[in-house]
Design a protein around this ligand. Sequence first.
Ligand SMILES: [Zn+2]
Length: 209
Amino acid sequence: MQLTDQDVLLVVDVQNDFCPGGRLPVPHGDHVIEVIHRLAVRFAHIILTQDWHPPGHISFASSHPGKQPFESIQTGHSVQVLWPDHCVQGTSGADFPSTLHLPQAELILRKGFRPEIDSYSTFFENDHTTSTGLASYLRDRGFARVFCAGLAYDYCVGFSAVDARRAGFASVILPDACMAIDLNDSVASIEREFSRSGVSVAHSQSLVR
Ligand SMILES: [Zn+2]
């Protein structure tokens, strides 16, 4: 697959709390870093995202008395999976791993900072209408195609790949540059969404400039 200047690599939520030793570790989450470094040299443009929650965020089980992590609750707009406290603003868990080296990234987009709504996708909050501003940014910059990598495959990366299509961009998911949580059939479910919404699937080694 030939890459051009209109392509952008979106590195989603590669943060300490999603890596081994973090508060919400994705199994082998740190393994994506090496793959992303190999990918990064092929892209002229890179964007990073950060899950960035205030203390007491609605997605934390600790914010709901009697609830445990990985249970679900119904909120005004959707079913919310409850997670361990993670990626709290300004904590080391919310930082990028010290081994992630992408100084050329042109934007760091933070999401999940509204206390009452979670944000898996880097394009829309989980009400599927509140924008993060990313689509406008990408359009203003003249990007046409988004390549998605990072953590976790079946949540924030996958939802971002699907919403990139909704926002009018070509979208490519790079499964070998992602790791999954796989909770309640979430991998099968997001892969159904990929085919339904027209997200392409590619191996990172198939990309050339
Ligand atoms: Zn989160």
